[in-house]
Design a protein around this ligand. Structure first.
Ligand code: FUB
Length: 340
């Protein structure tokens, strides 16, 4: 019977699955969810969206967030606890403005919160803060991580106990300003037919507070082995990197930004190269799309956000969660966030 059920499922596997979900919380606006299983619960580390009154522009100045609230739950779809302010911009000695998408990691009894923030020269750096509890409060280190730049850190723990940070984002995320290796005040993009501005990876040091190596560029190829290009806006990397593993493969997923999708590529090791595979999540209400993927109680969940609760205001988003499923060949079934 099991074989029959599996065969039937394989034959009828849909190309798109329904992902309709309600916001996890409605008392605050939340975005950019990084979900992890810590202490047998799901903890979510989101951005905390606020109305700053700053006009919208391509640099994302309207995303002027000032603190993080950490959420947890025993079940997806169950009660969600807001643990209050886990870290504030006021606690960061080097702070300029804009606390963007964070991530968290756990090692040897300490929890680490990684966060992008502009320094006092208006340059994005990545900071790290520590806590004894996954719920915080987190105490930031006095300086940003050395050699860190741009936005959207995502920390992946591999099976051998190594931790890697994936990061970067173009446009307001400033990644295009490092084409020479050093920060340039001007934006520089490769020509439309040249390889895209590459997302970055760096292995973390044993103490989790710094990079153990100089950040490396990540190559994402199409199925013919050609690198994705700047002009390929339907597939090229924009921001919101995430890495998870499934059946021994590394899945590198990210947002395509101005084409508003979450897409993924797969590879055989944490550094890539990765091969582009397809769309995980179709565009959501609001300009940005940002996600994380976590396994919990034998299911895989996609955490994402949209602007439905605020009536479409791009800078006032809400975190949602839905199940993510694979085809037998390991490909991910595309999620339509509004299909019931
Ligand atoms: O929330 C601010 C920025 O918007 C994030 O860092 C990006 O990923 C996008 O979601």
């Amino acid at each position: 019977q099991v074989a029959k059920d599996t065969a039937q499922r394989e034959q009828t596997a849909p190309e798109v699955r329904s992902g309709y979900a309600e916001p996890l919380v409605t008392h605050i606006f939340t975005a950019d969810p990084s979900a992890h299983v810590f202490e047998d619960k799901i903890y979510v580390y989101p951005s905390h969206d606020i109305e700053s009154g700053i006009a919208q522009n391509d640099n994302g100045d309207h995303f002027a967030m000032r603190d993080y609230h950490i959420l947890s739950m025993d079940e997806v779809g169950g009660k969600v606890t807001d643990h209050g302010v886990g870290m504030s911009v006021d606690d960061v000695q080097w702070a300029g403005r804009q606390l963007w998408a964070p991530d968290a990691a756990h090692k040897d009894g300490t929890y680490y919160l990684y966060f992008p923030l502009k320094d006092q020269d208006d340059i994005f750096r990545i900071g790290v803060a520590t806590s004894e509890s996954p719920a915080g409060p987190f105490e930031p280190q006095p300086t940003p991580m050395e050699n860190s730049f741009s936005i959207d850190p995502a920390v992946f723990e591999d099976d051998d106990g190594s931790y890697y940070m994936y990061f970067g984002g173009i446009w307001g995320g400033q990644l295009q300003r490092y084409q020479t290796g050093e920060y340039q005040t001007q934006d520089t993009y490769p020509a439309d037919n040249e390889p895209q501005v590459a997302p970055r990876i760096a292995k973390l040091s044993d103490d989790m507070l710094s990079f153990a190596e100089a950040p490396k560029e990540i190559i994402v190829n199409d199925k013919d082995g050609n690198p994705l290009t700047t002009g390929d806006t339907d597939r090229r990397f924009f921001e919101a990197a995430w890495v998870h593993k499934h059946q021994g493969k590394y899945y590198f997923s990210y947002s395509t930004g101005d084409t508003h999708k979450i897409v993924y590529a797969t590879g055989d090791n944490p550094y890539g190269p990765f091969t582009y595979q397809g769309v995980i999540l179709k565009p959501v209400e609001g300009w940005t799309n940002h996600h994380s993927i976590v396994e919990y109680k034998n299911k895989t969940y996609l955490f994402y956000h949209d602007s439905s609760l605020s009536g479409g205001q791009t800078h006032l988003r809400s975190v949602k969660a839905t199940e993510l499923t694979y085809n037998p060949d390991g490909s991910i079934i595309t999620i339509d966030p509004y299909l019931k």
